[in-house]
Design a protein around this ligand. Sequence first.
Ligand code: FAD
Length: 481
Amino acid sequence: MAHLVELPTAFIDKARAILGPKGLAQDPVQLAPFLTEWRDRWRGSTPLLAQPDNPKKLAEFVNLCATYKLPITPQGGNTGLVGGQIPQGEVLLSTRRLTQIRAIDPAAMTLCVDAGVTLQQAAEAAAEHDLLFPLELASGGSATIGGAIATNAGGMGVLRYGNMRDLVLGLEVVLPDGQLWDGLSTLRKDNTGYDLKQLFIGSEGTLGVVTGATLRLFARPPTQITIWAGLEQPEDAVKLLAHLRGGFAEQISKFELISETSLELVLAHMNDARRPLQSRTPWHVLVEFGLSDTQDAMDQVFFALESAMEQGSISDAIVAKSQAEANALLALRENISAAQKQQGAAIKHDISLPLAAIPDFLQAAAEAIELQAPGTRFCIFGHLGDGNLHYNLLQPVGMKPQDFLAQRETITGLVHDLVHARAGSFSAEHGIGIAKIGEMQRYKSPMELSLMQSLKQTFDPDHLMNPRLWFEIAPQDKKDV
Ligand SMILES: Cc1cc2nc3c(=O)[nH]c(=O)nc-3n(C[C@H](O)[C@H](O)[C@H](O)COP(=O)(O)OP(=O)(O)OC[C@H]3O[C@@H](n4cnc5c(N)ncnc54)[C@H](O)[C@@H]3O)c2cc1C
């Protein structure tokens, strides 16, 4: 059980005066949903939940915590997958009441929002002006703009639109001492010294609390076409991507790889899910095109698929004939994580690799894992266009969940060593949180760790913002691979 920080009575009185009765909670029933997370891997504790309803109150509250040297864990939609948002005794600071859509400028294609606005709400606000906010996660109904910035979230549209870092023009941030930094620029060009906003993007709440952001919007492509194709091997997916890029370049907006095991789980657990192709192949891809040429768009896609079939990279394919069919194909991909949850214990990895190294990695990892834990089921899927795989391993049928999970460290070590040896990353999009602190020590160089620590020291000398996270690792503690 984590040690709860002690809150002096004077602190609580002052906090109540700043936040008002609705902005502060200590009742365990109210706190409970903030202290567990989607994977049910981490449970937390806190002496106080603070929920300010505007950035100024949030800044005053952070300043109060700094005065009393009280550590804080920021939380947005609580959909993070590495445990960084779950407090272990610290004060919990939620942005859920920061919900203003502040401004939209359709001509400049920018949107300014509070940090607690969800990705879905931001997309809806853009859609009202027939514009697109392209960050698409299966968790988008709950995940917040602030959380997506703090984790530099990715998702399915990265191939075309980039990850959160590419979508942010300006930020408003409360620093660990309570100062409010207004960096809400809408400029696309501004070469005036260090680009400070970039330091907060991906910093997982360790350098400050994001309270607002100005975001880039995009024109909606007039024609959207979604296809599903069956493949024999991962090499074919890499070939297909190269082939399609030749004809469509950046007009490919999604390129998702799905293993047959992943598809089978969705078909078994999700009502209304139907196998898209009659033939059964070991691998599948879902591709979405956002095309500007409305006249010949469908013909172009058919032509590209026919030639891919002639070259042997796909064995069968269908093209969605309506938005409903496209949504059904997309749901097969989006529901894999939910379906997988019902299959018992899983050891998950969010990795990225150079595209060309993916087939060889998959082969080497399958062999190593079969030796270590025979019968492990491989639920592999991900944003192949970005070289990002969700490499999830499910307990062998008949094995006790705890026996499989007892091997987590060994299995994850095997997987991450193989990724590292191929110049890949052990965390492509979910971040470090408390889940991957060991990996930071193992794979980051002492120079990188030391630079990160210097930044932390500059922004947060008392180490009050998310103090349990990875920036606390001392370079001298580094263990080599
Ligand atoms: C079903 C499902 C699918 C997902 N798919 C994807 C995917 O495709 N791609 C992807 O990248 N992620 C994905 N995720 C992970 C998650 O949704 C993202 O990491 C998301 O960006 C987290 O946002 P949040 O608001 O829920 O943040 P939280 O979970 O609340 O917090 C995450 C981290 O950010 C910090 N933080 C939160 N808000 C702020 C703030 N305002 N200022 C400073 N720090 C803050 C927290 O302290 C914590 O360290 C998925 C999660 C689920 C459950």
